[in-house]
Design a protein around this ligand. Structure first.
Ligand SMILES: [Ca+2]
Ligand SMILES: [Ca+2]
Length: 366
């Protein structure tokens, strides 16, 4: 069982210090901000099964409610790797950088060592700890994020995941990074491939599939997982890539759904309801309908469900579900790939359009 330690592309120490409450492009692409007027994730708890969390990071310190370490030689849940802190920030950073659910509480469940390795028995213990955990007010874990995986199934881990789901917990898993951008070849990783899990593939900020993202018949949804900005130990912010970065976008989205349902209906949704909601709201990408690369598509709180768009270079006219709309700037074609500005894509998809870096262009699928 392992994570691929992603290559750090850039480290930002000072750039973000000047910003305030900045939602990174991935958080914008899943349109988290559309949910924030009703909920920012309060009342939901997400357990991050990973390398621990840097609980002293200024953007995480308010949200890390508890933690535990099952890694021998690492007695506390401080993150000595960086992976878990990055995952945690995408779910619930609340400071200079904002995660998908900035008011959700995090539990740091360390099952992977500073080198990114862990045993199945440690992971099983971590999952059981998350299932048994109760907060001071009787809170329970709503969502488990597992940005980890391996090629072989493990019965004990599977049994524990089944128990979690039966007790009302949504288990969100990274689809895996062994992909080849080819839907015809299947890459399988566990726990993502268990039918009880919510398997998340990665797209880039242009909504194209990440070439490393596993493809198979149990991918649920895709989420941003390329050049993802998030928190890093030592008060830092870095950009990382991997399905490990995509899963926490979905875990944060699930936390928003748990929080909203509690607020609106006085009870939490079932994991099946959460999964159906995430799949329903996904924007259909790639070939029409469910496919092995994108699953049901890019998850976003567009709230319309099931829409697919087709844009053509040089044409301002486009259709969503047979309804006609017009673009301000027609998409352009570069080396055979059609691009449109990210801001316009956000508007078309009815996602958060607050991300306005003019130079960012988005690849258009057709
Ligand atoms: Ca493949
Ligand atoms: Ca599709």
């Amino acid at each position: 069982m392992y994570i691929r330690k992603p290559k750090i592309i850039e480290v930002y120490d000072s750039f973000f210090q000047k910003q305030g409450g900045w939602a990174p492009p991935g958080v914008s692409l899943v349109s988290a901000r559309k949910m924030w007027p009703s909920t920012r994730g309060a009342g939901a708890v997400v357990a991050v099964i990973d390398t621990g969390i840097d609980w002293e990071h200024p953007d995480l310190v308010g949200n890390v409610a508890d933690g535990v370490s099952f890694v021998s030689g690492e007695p506390d849940y401080q993150d000595l790797n960086g992976h878990g802190t990055h995952v945690a920030g995408t779910i619930a950073a609340n400071g200079v950088l904002l995660g998908v659910a900035p008011e959700t509480k995090l539990l740091a469940v360390k099952v992977l060592s500073k080198d990114g390795f862990g045993s199945y028995s440690d992971i099983v213990q971590g999952l059981k700890w998350a299932r048994d955990w109760r907060g001071a007010g009787g809170e329970k874990v709503n969502v488990v994020n597992m940005s980890l995986g391996g090629p072989f199934p493990n019965t004990a881990m599977h049994q524990e995941i089944i128990k979690l789901v039966e007790s009302g917990v949504t288990v969100v898993c990274a689809a895996g990074n062994s992909g080849d951008a080819d839907p015809e070849t299947r890459e399988i990783s566990y726990p993502a491939y268990y039918k009880e899990s919510l398997a998340v593939g990665a797209v880039d900020l242009k909504t194209g599939i990440a070439d490393f993202s596993n493809s198979n018949d149990r991918i649920d949804i895709a989420a941003p997982g390329v050049d993802t900005y998030s928190t890093y130990p030592g008060g830092k912010y870095v950009k990382l890539s991997g399905t490990s970065m995509a899963a926490p976008h979905a875990a944060g989205a699930a936390a928003l759904i748990y929080s909203r349902c509690l607020q609106r209906f006085g009870q939490y949704p079932s994991p099946t309801e959460v999964k159906n909601m995430l799949n329903y709201m996904a924007i259909d990408l790639g070939t029409a309908g469910f496919d092995d690369l994108y699953g049901y598509g890019l998850f976003s709180f567009n709230l319309e469900g099931g829409q697919a768009i087709t844009l053509k270079a040089g044409q301002q006219r486009y259709c969503i579900n047979n309804k006609e709309f017009w673009l301000e700037h027609p998409p352009i074609s570069l080396e055979g790939i059609v691009y449109a500005p990210l801001q316009e894509i956000c508007e078309i998809l009815n996602t958060d359009s607050s991300y306005k870096a003019a130079e960012e262009m988005v690849e258009i699928w057709s």
